[in-house]
Write a protein that binds this ligand. Structure first.
Ligand code: MN
Length: 205
């Protein structure tokens, strides 16, 4: 039984960057829906259970039934991706990376500004629904990538471990930003907590 990440902040606390109604809908409808669909599917197929969600998402190819595989891919991805998203944004965000993570960013991207530009471009150019990711590979190198739908780098067998995800599904921004995805991405940097990202980076390296 997988449970949603519990928010340590209020739905309205990310205003004005993310509005309260978007947060309520995103967390209590979209994320809750992915979570309950995932749990319901695993209840029906107990043979597919894995000790962790990461192991489940890393072994989708072993699920023979195509419809079940797709359901777990979409809802398991939605479950994991939103746990990451909601646990790395904060009303008290530390908006700049520091220490070992900052040095790694400068090594792999040149500068923090260049990383933001690269991730922002990936998020902006993702056609339709999806995510932009900052991940760390087994050697500790950071990689910026993008996926469609609720896919994520845990599914591609690459050893990439996401530490930051920008949700660019319209449900993440449309109530406030309408068609202006670029404005939402710009606002996202004000609520992304680099302390939380750094903890994930440390844990993955
Ligand atoms: Mn979402």
């Amino acid at each position: 039984m997988f449970t949603q990440y519990e928010l340590p902040y209020g739905f309205a606390s990310l205003e004005p960057h993310i509005d309260e109604l978007t947060m309520v809908t995103h967390y209590t409808k979209h994320h809750a829906g992915y979570t309950s669909n995932l749990n319901a599917t695993l209840e029906k197929h107990p043979d597919l259970a894995k000790p962790t969600i990461e192991e489940l998402l890393g072994s989708l190819d072993s699920i023979a039934d195509e419809a079940v595989r797709t359901t777990i891919r979409n809802n398991g991805g939605g479950y994991w991706n939103h746990n990451l998203y909601f646990s790395t944004i904060s009303p008290e965000a530390s908006t700049k990376p520091a220490g070992a993570l900052l040095r790694r960013i400068e090594t792999d991207f040149g500068s923090f500004d260049e990383l933001k530009e690269r991730l922002g471009a990936l998020a902006l150019s993702r056609f339709g629904s999806g995510w932009a990711w900052l991940s760390v590979d087994r050697s500790g190198t950071l990689k910026a990538t993008s996926t469609a739908n609720q896919d994520n780098p845990l599914m591609d067998g690459s050893s990439l471990r996401p530490i930051l995800g920008i949700d660019v599904w319209e449900h993440a921004y449309y109530l406030k930003y309408r068609n202006l995805r670029a404005d939402y991405i710009k606002a996202f940097w004000n609520i992304l907590d680099w302390n939380a990202v750094a903890r994930l980076y440390e844990a993955a390296t």
